[in-house]
Design a protein around this ligand. Structure first.
Ligand SMILES: NC(=O)c1ccc[n+]([C@@H]2O[C@H](COP(=O)([O-])OP(=O)(O)OC[C@H]3O[C@@H](n4cnc5c(N)ncnc54)[C@H](O)[C@@H]3O)[C@@H](O)[C@H]2O)c1
Length: 357
């Protein structure tokens, strides 16, 4: 088992990473000193695949367990779904000290996290992420939210979990496309902060995509360490946390222009390449590294281009996303693999040129 500490003063917590950890969760929570009643929030697919292992481990640890299921899908990140969960929590007499365990992907993590942040003004939250995206990204850093109509993550909070447990064996039941989506964020972490981690992913992509234990554990650990360090420096997203948006300026616009038919990971992949090309044309990011980035994205099963999208609509969408300041779009650009910088001095004509390419 590997451990990453998220250093946030009194709100510090551990992320535990390893294969088979769900079966040890009861013991791990007992050691952390939680009360004897727990509520697990999950979805039917994850519950069917991994709920039993967790339940057995929790009851084996002497906990009384209630499992609440939420249907799958982004639509569940809503105030209505949160409202239903508040009712169900009340019905099972959940109290201030009753922990909520979020077992699932980013949707469950964000929704259950939002409910934990607000039910009785906050109850302990434990993240048990089961997608690669959730293990490398969404379960770390305390952003919890629901959507408001079509506005993503509009209602939310910064609410840190007490503990996150990433059982990398759960990733073996994911579809390859979901692994690729998570890899987009892992590659992003390498580019923004750590060349060695990028090198590791590049060299071991086949093993990671074949879901080997060592590769999965190492990739989740590497990303968790990078994200934890960024969050520790800027918990509330006033500065450094911005760099986590590398690839997201164009990425979000692609998602929105495609009416969310393009997955987040795929959109971020193309967005990272767009940012890298801009930096290359500005004479900053060198061509060899651009070729490496393109290569790793392709080998991760992600797209390197997205023909057919309307460039002007993408630019308009970036305007709506408030990423344009006085005619300039705010970009996170790579200086080299392992280092990025934030700039708003990229001209719209250069953005248009790169998008057209
Ligand atoms: N809070 C943050 O910092 C943050 C960061 C990035 C993304 N997000 C959010 O994360 C969400 C996307 O999360 P996601 O990509 O994990 O998608 P998801 O939560 O919708 O899960 C995708 C699908 O995978 C299934 N699934 C989950 N674990 C599985 C497993 N082990 N085996 C088989 N199937 C499994 C789920 O049932 C679901 O149908 C978005 O709502 C996004 O806004 C949040």
């Amino acid at each position: 088992m590997r451990r990453v500490r998220v250093r946030l003063g009194k709100k510090s917590y551990n992320i535990l990473i390893g294969s088979g950890l769900l079966a040890q969760t009861g013991q791990l929570l007992k050691e952390t000193g939680f009360s004897d009643k727990l509520v697990v929030i999950t979805d039917p697919t994850v519950n069917g695949l991994h709920g039993n292992a967790l339940k057995q481990s929790l009851t084996g640890g002497g906990f009384k367990v209630t499992i609440l299921e939420v249907p799958e899908g982004e639509e569940q990140k809503s105030l209505e779904a949160a409202g239903r969960l508040y009712g169900e929590l009340t019905a099972v007499y959940a109290e201030r000290m009753t922990p909520i365990l979020a077992l699932g992907g980013g949707v469950i993590g964000d929704l259950a996290g939002f409910v934990a942040a607000t039910y009785m003004r906050g109850v302990p939250l434990i993240q048990l992420p089961t997608t690669l995206l959730a293990q490398v990204d969404s379960s770390i850093g305390g952003k919890v939210a629901v959507d408001h109509g079509s506005l993503k993550n509009k209602i939310g909070a910064f609410y840190q979990p007490r503990l996150a447990i990433s059982d990398t064996a759960t990733l073996k039941t994911l579809a390859p496309r979901e692994i690729s989506d998570g890899l987009a964020e892992a590659i992003k972490h390498g580019v923004i902060r750590n060349k060695e981690y990028f090198d590791y992913i590049e060299t071991n992509l086949s093993e990671i995509r074949a879901l080997g234990d060592r590769g999965l554990e190492r990739v989740v650990f590497g990303s968790a360490r990078i994200k934890a360090a960024v969050v520790a420096e800027d918990e509330l997203d006033f500065g450094l946390r911005n760099i986590l948006n590398f690839g997201h300026t164009v990425g979000h616009a692609i998602e929105s222009v495609s009416d969310f038919r393009v997955d987040h990971g795929q959109a971020v992949a193309v967005g990272m390449l767009a940012a890298a090309r801009i930096s290359n044309k500005l004479g900053i990011f060198n061509s060899d590294e651009l070729i490496r980035l393109k290569g790793i994205i392709e080998k991760a099963g992600l797209p390197i281009e997205m023909p057919g999208l309307d460039i002007e609509k993408i630019i308009q969408s970036m305007e709506h996303d408030k990423k344009i300041v006085q005619g300039k779009i705010k970009f996170i650009l790579p200086r080299s693999i392992g280092e990025v910088f934030v700039t708003d001095s990229v001209s719209l004509s250069l953005v248009r040129q790169v998008l057209a390419e």
